[in-house]
Design a protein around this ligand. Sequence first.
Ligand SMILES: [Zn+2]
Length: 62
Amino acid sequence: MPIYEYTCMDCRKSFTLLQRIGVGGAVCPWCNSANTAKQMSSFSCSPVGGAGAAGSGHTGGT
Ligand SMILES: [Zn+2]
């Protein structure tokens, strides 16, 4: 199941929820408010710490 991120409109807190696709509506776990908005947070595509150890490290010289 995908994890959805919600933001409560009442207390302004954000929380994540495991939900099935297509299921809408979430209750804030902090204030029990149903006034929440689903955040469309696509999976992070930012190349953080990319595998790019470019550059010759060791200079061959025995
Ligand atoms: Zn809330």
